[in-house]
Write a protein that binds this ligand. Structure first.
Ligand code: DOR
Ligand code: ZN
Length: 350
């Protein structure tokens, strides 16, 4: 570990990309996020997906019912875009603050994306309306073309799909979710101020070797998949640079342990139990702890046009063990990222 402060206070952070699921999984995972984050952008890829404002309101109520007493946590809802998105419902849901953004999943790109968008040109009216209203488009940026190597699908998406959208719809706020490549970093850095990105802790901590370390590691499998070391280094550079275009989004995506540890394991890393601690580790390694607050607590709200949280959290340099397994009420379990291992920063519960 590098020298540096033993304690670090920062404005309460937010998680700008999170999966909470539903039912017993929702009940089990919400407390991990609510204990530290003030708000989170909640992904809409449920089964069935959250495609209407009415469904988003009902889902928000289920989330709030799972927040432990004493936590003030605000879920920020999103609309799952499809080929048949109703532009009036999309706009009305944004105007009444039911949701704050819309998520573009290319159909078939990832978990529960089957109902996603097959042809982005079908979105033209929705995107124009969103630009007018200042409603951000959150993008799972991977092409689904099976002939494209899985490690190249983000870079190809940016060139083939997202660059034309940014050109066609000036003023549209766009978040490249879970950026994983040098190409994504460049796309965001060189794009207009309306283009930003979230970065996960696991893409800052691991490269693709971690998928195969001593055997197949299903708990490191996510989409977009981990990339080469040079991409990880590019992500670390921008995350810790202080640039307002990059902010914290864990993409914490819980799956039951049995759905990960099997012949065709689901994509998703469940990092919520140690999320802020893991980011702090990265920033400490980069001697950039003084920039963690911008990344975790300031850049996101600024991009979304929301106030930063008023209260603070304190991290201290203290080792803690991440639980190796978390029980669900239905008898199954979920396995956290680095489960059974240590984190080197802990939240000070004061
Ligand atoms: O790894 C992932 N898991 N990537 C995604 O895009 C979706 C997520 C999930 O919902 O499990
Ligand atoms: Zn996600």
């Amino acid at each position: 570990m590098n020298g540096g402060p033993e304690r670090l206070s920062l404005r309460r952070p937010d998680d700008w990309h999170l999966h909470l699921r539903d039912g017993p999984m929702l009940q089990a995972v919400v407390p991990y996020t609510a204990r530290v984050f003030g708000r989170a952008i909640v992904m809409p890829n449920l089964v069935p997906p959250v495609t209407t404002a009415a469904a988003a309101r009902a889902y928000r109520e289920r989330i709030l019912a799972a927040v432990p007493a004493g936590c003030r946590f605000t879920p920020l809802m999103t609309c799952y875009l499809t080929d048949r998105t109703d532009v009036e419902d999309l706009a009305a849901g944004f105007a009444e603050a039911t949701w704050v953004a819309a998520k573009l999943y290319p159909a078939g790109a990832t978990t529960n994306s089957a109902a996603g968008v097959t042809d982005v040109s079908a979105l033209d009216a929705a995107l124009a309306r969103m630009a007018e209203m200042g409603m951000p488009l959150l993008v799972h940026g991977e092409v689904t073309d099976r002939s494209i190597d899985v490690f190249d699908r983000e870079a190809v998406f940016l060139e083939r799909v997202l660059a034309p959208i940014v050109r066609r719809v000036p003023g549209l706020k766009v978040v490249v979710e879970h950026a994983t490549t040098e190409e994504a970093v460049r796309f965001v850095e060189e794009g207009p101020d309306t283009v930003a990105a979230t970065i996960t802790a696991h893409h800052l901590l691991l490269n693709r070797n971690a998928l195969f370390e001593g055997g197949l590691r299903p708990h490191h499998y996510c989409l977009p998949v981990l990339k080469r070391e040079r991409h990880r280094l590019a992500l670390r550079r921008v995350a810790t640079s202080g640039s307002p275009k990059f902010f914290l989004g864990t993409d914490s995506a819980p799956h039951r342990t049995g759905d990960k540890e099997c012949a065709c394991g689901c994509a998703g890393v469940f990092s919520a139990p140690a999320a802020l601690e893991l980011y702090a580790e990265v920033f400490a390694e980069e001697n950039a702890l003084d920039r963690l607050e911008a990344f975790a607590s300031l850049n996101g709200p600024r991009f979304y046009g929301l106030p930063a949280n008023q209260d603070k959290v304190t991290l201290c340099r203290r080792e803690a063990v991440v639980p190796s397994s978390i029980p669900l009420a239905d008898g199954s379990t979920v396995t956290p990222f680095r489960g059974g291992g240590s984190v080197f920063w802990s939240l000070d519960r004061g």
